[in-house]
Design a protein. Sequence first.
Length: 334
Amino acid sequence: MDENQWIEQLKEKADGKVFRDVHFTASMKEGVRQRIRQRHSKRIVWWSRVAFPVLTVWLLFLAWQVGPLSLFSGERHASKPTGPATSVPELLPGGSLDVPLLWKASPQTETTANGQPFSYLGDKPVRVITDPSGFYEDQQQRVFWLLDAGQMKKVELVAYNSEGRRVELGAYSVSGPLFDAQHHVPTGVTLPDPGIWKLQVNADGKYLGHVFVEVKAGISPANRELVEPIIREYLERESSELGDLGKEREVTMELLGVEAPDAASRSVYAWVKVVSKDPLKSSGVSAPMAFQIAYNGSEYKVTGFQMPEDGNRYQSSLQRIFPQKVLDRIQTRP
């Protein structure tokens, strides 16, 4: 049975039962049409009442989203300078923008005070006067701290490197004026690693200022000039370990490191070659050595030296005698 036949049968059954006594006149048909029109007009009025506010809210939201962009664009065009355009920072090979270097050595300034020339690092209220050759790892450097502040009795000195290592430099009493500074403090400063270090001054428990310095790897010119002739003279005369080389010897030396924690003592590490000048002796020594140098009140002298043992104890004695940074230099020697 198709759909049309089913509808016709349903209509016949309704006319025979439910709508048997019902007859639609022309007026009744017109009434139904009027009701349909009224319902349709109410739907239009309801949609217009609801749709207009919704449309208004949507338009406001769209204006809020687009408006700031247009306004920002307008301000950007309005504030564009009329002069030459500034260049954009170039990208590094890795693709990141070049950024300013924050940790760098403080500039050196040359000036005069009371007719006396002097030079210093840093800016007031904290400046330092030191050897022009600069700081070297593990070697004490003489420093005069120039301080400009109110009354102060004591300062605490501390150093930080760019990797976060902290070294306490001690506490000192404050002395009077020096050059153009209100106060000064003479100290020795020993820093362990190469790189940029911040030397900070705290006065009476409060931060006063700081100076950036560069610590170099290797041996300072002053220490090289001091220790080389002392060691050479010692090796030319030493008899307990090198006596079989005779009295006439040729000494060559490559300094590998110096530890100078204070002015009175030195630990010197070097690769040494000592060869006898006696034609009847063909023996010689070529090995890393560690020397202890001390000030005896009138001059510096070698007070002892060590060299690695032979055979299977060579490696263990090498590690016992030399610090790690010197071991690294021994292993990378050509």
